[in-house]
Design a protein around this ligand. Structure first.
Ligand SMILES: Nc1ncnc2c1ncn2[C@@H]1O[C@H](COP(=O)(O)OP(=O)(O)O)[C@@H](O)[C@H]1O
Ligand SMILES: [Mg+2]
Length: 320
């Protein structure tokens, strides 16, 4: 199986191994006074703050879907992107990531305990500083998109729900920064919804990370509108599902997650070995998502003995 479980490259400096990406920070130089961050998307799939498996081509799909959207939204806000030296790799400006993850939601949806649908069904109406009306049904479109921010948990800690008032009171962002990122997030989401709709998709909700450069300018960082950071539904089939109260059809990439959750307490127990067929099916789902979102065929990069060899070759110019 051709897979990139990790991208540990000892010749690169200042490593940070995230849940999905393995990152290296290049020091500042005359051209890039903030320094650069090499972000290598591995094939790891993460849930419950754990790594569940490695899914062939997932890292390439994520990097290329993000590239599609960074290109399609550059007029709204500039991104961190400097270069794509390999299908799994982006080199970004090194930014100070703002400590708030800006989640935008257009629908009453979700399954986890922090999702607005779960809380709404428990009777909660005041959510993330918004008040939702009574009488909404599962998976209904909200009157307008709302921002449901969470704290950005650095180094594997848990994300916590926030309100605008808390963000400002705790000084996580200045009022001007909050105004800028919330306006950008809503504009990015609106663009995403519009373009997704043209391809028969619904961009249900998504998460943005923003960062500050040395001059205090805000850029969009990390990834954008990928299957990992976003929920998509298939427009065809949404209405029927909504009317019958069932979950709308989507890219079914949560099979592994559900399989694990049915077999153990995923926050505590060791993760059971995932069946190979399920891994391959999930790989196909990611590829299908790439093709549906971008409208282009996915071409797996098969160069090199392994994906890591290929990436090492592409990044050799940055070796110490
Ligand atoms: N341009 C950037 N500058 C600095 N950090 C960034 C930039 N873009 C993304 N990041 C950070 O790099 C990491 C990407 O790896 P990821 O696997 O998503 O990690 P995590 O487990 O922390 O979410 C994230 O912590 C993200 O906030
Ligand atoms: Mg992340």
């Amino acid at each position: 199986m051709r897979v990139l479980p990790h991208a540990r490259i000892p010749e690169l400096p200042n490593p940070y191994f995230g849940k999905v990406r393995d990152c290296y920070d290049l020091p500042a130089d005359a051209t890039w006074p903030d320094g650069r961050r090499i972000l290598i998307a591995s094939d790891r799939i993460s849930a419950f703050d754990r790594i569940l498996a490695a899914i062939p081509f997932k890292g390439q799909v994520l990097t290329q879907v993000a590239r599609f959207w960074f290109d399609a939204t550059a007029d709204i806000m500039p991104s961190h992107v400097i270069d794509y030296p390999d299908p799994n790799v982006v080199i970004g400006r090194r930014l100070t990531i703002l400590p708030v993850e800006v989640v935008v939601r257009g629908y009453l949806a979700g399954t986890t305990s922090t999702s607005i649908l779960t809380q709404y069904k428990k009777g909660t109406r005041a959510l993330y500083g918004h008040v939702l009306p009574d009488g909404l049904r599962d998976n209904q479109a909200l009157e307008r998109a709302i921002i449901t921010p969470t704290s950005k948990a650095f180094d594997g800690a848990h994300d916590e729900p926030l309100t605008e008032a808390e963000i400002l009171a705790q000084g996580l962002l200045t009022p001007a920064q909050w105004e800028e990122v919330s306006a950008a997030a809503l504009a990015l989401y609106a663009r995403g919804q519009k373009m997704a709709a043209a391809r028969g998709l619904i961009l249900v909700d998504t998460k943005y990370e923003f960062g500050l450069d040395g001059a205090g300018r805000i850029l969009i960082a990390d990834e954008i509108h990928t299957p990992d950071s976003s929920r998509y539904w298939l427009a065809d089939g949404y209405q029927a599902a909504f009317e019958s109260g069932s979950r709308p059809p989507s890219f079914d990439k949560d099979v592994i997650r559900s399989w694990v959750a049915a077999r153990c307490d995923p926050y505590v127990d060791p993760i059971p070995e995932i069946p190979q067929a399920m891994i391959e099916a999930t790989s196909q789902v990611y590829i299908q998502a790439y093709e549906a979102i971008t409208g282009t065929r996915f071409v797996p990069d098969l160069a090199g003995e392994t994906p890591l060899d290929r990436i090492r070759t592409a990044l050799r110019p940055y070796f110490r």
